[in-house]
Design a protein around this ligand. Structure first.
Ligand code: PEP
Ligand code: MN
Length: 268
């Protein structure tokens, strides 16, 4: 399938707009056409405009599912076009940046690559002037200063539409997968004009905390969420314990709206 015309139309200008609270939802990883189709249907029916999904996965173990790669990207662009959704997906290797840009509006830089400076610079120059944007996850043990300086590796190369994402840091606490650092969201918002979103899924590592942490993120002045969902969470190939079910995703907008309203924002 020739996606070149769609690719040139992919623009993330204004992923974060004033007065809005942006929700990006979707599976940890693209597993198959059917799985991503069901995921996209749920995101669309939940009233959201951006879908996430990984084609290149930074797995702790080399023996875990590594993602479908190029095939995963093609599934994402085909399905997202069908539903009119915009795509957020991770790139790990500088050689894949152009390919990913053909299929996604927003390029995610994972926590483990936050200080991969050559990757950051290449992404900054690749997205400059294209309308694409980048979401920079905070490293597992990165200070706010290190996170903001990492973002400058992208912006100083001309990269625009850069969004910071707090996804939990490593602490002594083991009852959650990581510790969601909402103070860092507030601090970052005071130090930079870049939008800051929150990933409560990887922070908590357990689905029962995802919606309450999402509400807390709204109060902590976040500009949006990156949240994992799956049409069959128990069968997800990756991060099954933290994926919201379709029912939970469907209720997310309504659950967040009173909090967002109190902060003068509309959930989109
Ligand atoms: C992800 O978003 O699926 C992911 C791997 O995130 P992180 O880099 O924050 O661990
Ligand atoms: Mn994940």
């Amino acid at each position: 399938m020739d996606l070149s015309t769609e690719a040139s139309a992919r623009t993330a200008n204004g992923m974060i707009k004033p007065g809005t609270f942006r929700v990006v939802a979707g599976p940890c990883t693209v597993e198959s056409y059917e799985q991503f189709y069901e995921g996209a249907k749920a995101v669309k029916e939940s009233g959201f405009e951006y879908i996430r999904g990984g084609a290149f996965k930074p797995r702790t173990s080399p023996y875990s599912f590594q993602g479908l790669g190029k095939e995963g990207l093609e599934i994402m662009s085909e399905v997202s076009s069908e539903f009119g959704l915009k795509v957020v997906t991770e790139v790990m290797d500088p050689y894949d940046i152009e390919l990913v840009m053909e299929h996604a509006e927003m390029i995610q830089i994972g926590a483990r690559n936050m200080q991969n400076f050559s990757l950051l610079k290449r992404i900054g120059s690749a997205i400059a002037g294209t309308g694409h944007g980048a979401i920079l996850k905070r490293g597992l043990a990165a200070s706010v200063d290190e996170w903001l300086l990492a973002a400058e590796y992208i912006t100083s190369e001309g990269g625009e539409n850069v969004v910071l994402c707090e996804r939990g840091i490593r602490t002594f606490e083991t009852s959650t997968r990581f510790t969601l650092d909402l103070s860092a969201v507030l601090v970052a918002k005071r130090l930079t004009d870049l939008p800051v979103i929150v990933d409560p899924s990887h922070a908590a590592g357990r689905r029962d905390l995802v919606v309450p942490l999402s509400k807390a993120s709204v109060a902590a002045e976040a500009d949006g969420l990156l949240v994992e969902s799956h049409h069959e969470p128990e069968n997800a190939l990756c991060d099954a314990e933290q994926a919201l079910s379709v029912g939970e995703l469907m209720g997310l907008k309504e659950a967040l709206s009173p909090f967002a309203g109190a902060m003068g924002r509309e959930v989109v």
